[in-house]
Design a binder for this molecule. Structure first.
Ligand code: IMP
Ligand code: MG
Length: 197
C-alpha cells in the first residue's frame, strides 16, 4: 500500500496523465518537507497545547500527514470555506459552511490550509477566528504562490513556494477532481482555459 503512495503519475493514476503538465513535488519530496515543517512547529509550540483549525477540503492530506508528525497535545477542528465556486477564478466572497465559530478562546491556534493564492480565504478565516479571542494565531500552508495578492496575509509556516500556476493533487482539486493524486502537479493550461470560457 505504501509503495502506491510514492508512485508518481503511474499505476492507478494513469488516467490523469494526459491532464498533467508536470509533477512539481512527488510523494517523497512532500513527506521530506513535512518532516522539516513538523519539527519546526513542534519546537515552536514546546510545552503548549496546540489547537489546529484545518480548512477543508484542500488541506485534508496535508493535515493528516503533518499532524501525525507533531508529538504535542493537540486539538483539531475543521472549517469548511468556499471561494472558488468550481472554477479557477477567486471571487473574493467567502462562504463559511458552518455557522458556529470554533471555540478557540485563550488557545494557541494554528490554521492549516493547502495553498495561499489571492489571500481571501486565509484573511477571512483569520478575521473570523480572532472574534473568538484566541491567545495566538499562526498560519501554516503547504503551498504559497509567488504573486501580488488581493489581501495581505502573514503566513508563519510555508511548505513550498511556487510560481503562479494552477496545481492539483495531494488534496488540491480542479472542479473537485484530482484530490487523490499522491503528488502535486501543474494542470495543463488547455483544461483551465476550457473551464474558464
Ligand atoms: P485564496 O483565497 O485565493 O488564497 O485561495 C485559497 C483557496 O483557493 C485554496 O484553499 C484552494 O482551495 C483554492 N486554490 C487556490 N489556488 C489553487 C490551485 O492552484 N489549485 C487548487 N486550488 C487552489
Ligand atoms: Mg481550499
Amino acid at each position: 500500500m505504501s509503495a502506491l503512495i510514492c508512485v508518481p503519475a503511474d499505476g492507478l493514476f494513469r488516467f490523469v496523465q494526459s491532464d498533467i503538465e508536470r509533477v512539481l513535488f512527488d510523494g517523497p519530496a512532500i513527506h521530506k518537507r513535512l518532516d522539516e515543517l513538523a519539527a519546526q512547529i513542534t519546537a515552536d509550540y514546546h510545552n503548549r497545547e496546540l489547537t489546529v483549525i484545518a480548512i477543508l477540503t484542500g488541506s485534508l492530506m496535508f493535515m493528516s500527514d503533518l499532524l501525525r508528525r507533531i508529538p504535542l497535545p493537540l486539538r483539531l477542528d475543521c472549517l469548511s470555506v468556499a471561494s472558488y465556486h468550481g472554477t479557477t477564478k477567486a471571487s473574493g466572497d467567502m462562504i463559511f459552511k458552518q455557522l458556529a465559530v470554533p471555540d478557540v478562546a485563550d488557545r494557541d491556534v494554528l490554521i492549516l490550509d493547502d495553498i495561499l493564492d489571492t489571500g481571501h480565504t486565509l484573511a477571512a478565516v483569520r478575521k473570523t477566528l480572532e472574534t473568538a479571542k484566541p491567545r495566538s494565531i499562526r498560519i501554516c500552508v503547504l503551498l504559497s504562490k509567488r504573486k501580488q495578492r488581493a489581501r495581505d496575509v502573514d503566513v508563519d509556516y510555508i511548505g513550498f513556494e511556487i510560481e503562479d500556476e494552477f496545481v492539483v493533487g495531494y488534496g488540491l482539486d480542479f472542479m473537485e477532481q484530482y484530490r487523490n493524486l499522491p503528488y502535486l502537479a501543474v494542470l495543463k493550461k488547455e483544461l483551465l482555459e476550457q473551464a474558464n470560457q
